[in-house]
Design a protein around this ligand. Sequence first.
Ligand code: SIN
Length: 482
Amino acid sequence: MTHLSRAQLQQDLCYINGQWTGAEQTIPVHNPATGEQITSVPLLKEVETRLAIEAAHAAGEAWAATSPKQRAGLLRRWFDLIIEHTEELAQLLTEEMGKPIAEARSEIAYGAAYVEWFAEEAKRINGDLIPDGQASRIFTVVKQPVGVVAAITPWNFPSAMLARKLAPALAAGCTVVAKPAEQTPLSALALAKLAEIAGLPAGVINIVTGDPVAIGRELCSNALVRKITFTGSTNVGKLLIRQSADTVKRLSMELGGNAPFIVFDDADLELAVTGAMNSKFRNAGQTCVCANRLYVHASVYNQFVEKLTDRVRKLRVGNGAEDVDIGPLIDSRAVAKAASHVRDAVAKGATVLVGGGVHSLGENFFEPTVIRDVTAQMLVTQEETFGPVAPVVRFEDEADVIRQANATEFGLAGYFYSSNHARAWRVARALECGMVGINTGLISSEVMPFGGIKQSGFGREGSHYGIDDYLIIKSLCHGDLN
Ligand code: SIN
């Protein structure tokens, strides 16, 4: 196969039933760093979504009947193509989403790792044999694909979040209709192009772009769709849950977070500052798992804040296509939210040590910010900022900081730094969240079960647990065995 260029990977049409399909109306896709329009993609609504669902349903029987080895082979080929096109996919991703090109390359590798992982897991969908009290009976448990899956993915990781959903679904024998975020459809369409070249049959992957409300409503209400997997805000997640009630679908929800990041007095401070930088400023703070509230013990507070501020001051902001650390935020609304959190904190007594406002580069850029003397009364600790703002709260004792950390409706990720083994075990268990980073600010990996509790959602992605959400368990009772 000839290597596709970035231009050849850019698809401006939807992918339905193996056909690249347009629509009369389109929606523009912009580069958030420059404001320029990159292209436009079809504005699909209910009718076209229904066609995609029907295509996925029609392809389902044959796909489910393929052997795990066949599915593994196709996924493996897709993985190889993604890796081979890392640079082109990363360029496309940076252009439509804004993140620095180095982070975009990491995201492509991260997403590809899920494809590789689930290519392997496809061969390990094992059942059970369960003996019964009666000698004449035995039970077997078989696992079968759920059926048609609808995957709704966010703009902050437009490539990896799609790969993380498509790979286990396809490995399990499900077919998929995916709807990428309106801001970032190109990464999804490029992945579909590579899947087509890899030989995935028509109808197995379908990508619809367009009106999120109309597409979401059809995906949730159509009885042919047996599962919804969603990554995005808690508010949209709740709407999808409500809309799916009438057809009683399987659901996986990876929703918002408000991660605490705790630095105890026995922490290695250098390590903790590096962890805070990694967790807080990855993707300009636009990750669901990023540190949203930093709690630092009073005895090391000033030292930590000083070191963090020094590091943040050195961050290079600019167009993600250049050699920078922080790109634009997704749009000016995201900038306005970060700015409002800083304003609210200052009005309530906090002090900005660096940054704090809209960057001179333009309305989509926000200055990397550190704020000290932050309290629980401020919006910046109560809501997900989703921007490059590090608010630092002072605390005195372990029980109190755990209480503060858990005082949120969210429960996705949490982090803490301590060199005390017993404390590490105690705090890790006490934090109310689905994932905990202990002496690290970077937790994501395809081998780890990713997901939250409380209003951060349910279901797990990645790891050997990640395929379960795409499988039904069927019990077979074998009688008359004497
Ligand atoms: C997210 O922000 O939802 C995903 C972050 C990750 O997978 O690391």
